[in-house]
Design a protein around this ligand. Structure first.
Ligand SMILES: Cc1cc2nc3c(=O)[nH]c(=O)nc-3n(C[C@H](O)[C@H](O)[C@H](O)COP(=O)(O)OP(=O)(O)OC[C@H]3O[C@@H](n4cnc5c(N)ncnc54)[C@H](O)[C@@H]3O)c2cc1C
Length: 404
């Protein structure tokens, strides 16, 4: 076990960085320091689904209960619908053991709960990392505010446009997916009383609309409307948007009137460019490692970005716990990457495939074939994604590493 004086810095205080701090403390007994560029806790006013594979990790970290209290457990399985609202298939929403379900979380609630589980003295806001350098012993990081620090190891959890990745691990150009999404929430009190308390996805030509409940009493519904756009290539990557602009994407005879009713209730929305990266060939270099979107940003069509980051955190903490001294950290990071890289790559590529399915661009636009594959994928998703127990995978991998 590493000494409790081991100094680990985490760059980025998003969901990945905060969960890493919790996991390092709980699993490996290390109090890491998180550096976040924002001046305070910050998250977009939209939703995120905590899936069973991450809920299992959060349960072991002692964070699941408050998340369940604050989040929406759907009333049952979700549905995939065609553009006119006809059901194509039901969707996986819980693990096979029925122990963990999808939880619809309002992002500001989730980030607040995670931050509450990190010692406040271990989070430094207003620290934008500008450079990172490996020294003969340790890693030096510098910040835009003039501060600098030296650590035994550094974890880059600084998101899709990661500076840690680009300057210390593997220079990468994120690729614009060609799609933006409109995001936001609808107040349930404005919706029809009998609206189903489940996740729904309407799949139309080149666009789709995802809608699911948030908060314990299902008081809000989250929407993510993905549409093609070249706007991000010309300027900003996100910003406020007119509700009418979003409504125009889902009007006409070809769209379910129930969906159009919901879209008509949207008052405030903002748009967000969807960036993607190809699976990276390496995630670690010596005492520096990546996690979350910095390591494996993916388009959001499987709702697994945060969930993969959460799995990463457990794996990283598990292998760090096995290290006896600072000189073992690079090997712990290599083992972490060996366990995580293939899993994340499958989800990265799977997210692209899911997007093509939802937007009717799959199998030469053969919707009948698309629908068969979506139905067939339901149980696979439950078993391969939701049942995945990253801790068990790490324990098995450790046995193999010890034999090598
Ligand atoms: C529309 C949409 C819907 C989604 N839905 C889901 C979902 O349902 N389920 C799911 O699991 N995932 C979902 N995702 C993906 C998920 O949001 C991301 O995968 C997740 O936020 C990644 O977390 P992260 O901590 O790795 O990165 P980020 O959330 O990007 O956090 C990175 C942090 O690092 C900070 N930072 C960046 N650079 C620096 C620097 N140089 N110095 C200091 N700090 C820095 C940033 O300010 C930020 O706080 C969705 C994404 C989108 C766009």
């Amino acid at each position: 076990m590493l000494s409790h004086t081991t100094r680990i810095g985490i760059i980025g205080g998003g969901m990945g960085g905060l969960t890493a701090a919790i996991a390092l403390k709980k699993i490996a007994g290390i109090e890491a320091t998180v550096f976040e560029q924002a001046s305070q806790l910050d998250e977009v006013g939209a939703g995120v689904t905590v899936a069973p594979n991450a809920a299992r990790v959060l349960d072991r970290l002692g964070v699941l209960e408050p998340i369940r209290q604050a989040g929406a457990i759907p009333a049952g399985h979700g549905v995939y619908l065609d553009a006119m609202g006809h059901e194509v298939t039901d969707a996986a929403w819980e693990d096979t053991a029925r122990q963990y379900q999808n939880i619809g979380m309002y992002r500001p609630d989730l980030i607040r709960i995670l931050a509450e589980h990190v010692d406040p003295g271990s989070i430094r806001y207003g620290h934008h990392m500008t450079s990172i350098r490996t020294l003969d012993s340790g890693v030096r990081v510098e910040f835009g505010n003039g501060a600098h620090e030296q650590f035994d190891a550094v974890i880059g959890a600084d998101g899709v446009h990661s500076i840690v990745r680009d300057t210390a691990i593997y220079p990468t150009k994120p690729v614009y997916s060609g799609y933006i999404c409109y995001r936001g929430v609808v107040d349930a009190s404005r919706m029809p009383k009998d609206w189903p308390r489940i996740s729904q996805v309407w799949m139309g030509h080149e666009r789709h609309f995802m809608f699911y409940p948030l908060q314990q009493q299902h008081t809000l519904y989250n929407f993510v409307a993905c549409v093609p756009s070249d706007r991000p290539l010309k300027g900003p990557q996100s910003g406020p948007a007119e509700a009418g602009e979003l409504a125009a994407e889902f009007t006409g005879d070809g769209w379910d009137p129930k969906l159009q009713h919901i879209v008509g209730l949207i008052g405030k929305t903002f748009w967000w460019a969807l960036w993607d990266i190809d699976p990276l060939p390496i995630w670690t270099r010596g005492p520096i490692a990546l996690l979350g979107d910095a390591a494996h940003a993916m388009i959001p069509h499987q709702g697994q970005g945060v969930n993969m980051a959460t799995e990463d955190c457990m794996a990283l903490a598990f292998f760090l716990r096995e290290a006896d001294s600072v000189s073992d950290i690079p090997e712990a990071f290599r083992r972490y990457a060996a366990v995580r890289m293939q899993r994340a790559a499958i989800l990265q590529v799977g997210s692209r495939r899911a997007g093509a399915m939802f937007d009717g661009q799959y199998q030469f636009k053969n919707l009948a074939k698309r629908d068969i594959d979506i139905r067939a994928g339901r149980d696979f998703r439950r078993r391969a994604v939701f049942d995945y127990d990253v801790l068990k995978v790490c324990e098995l991998a450790l046995q193999r590493f010890k034999r090598i």
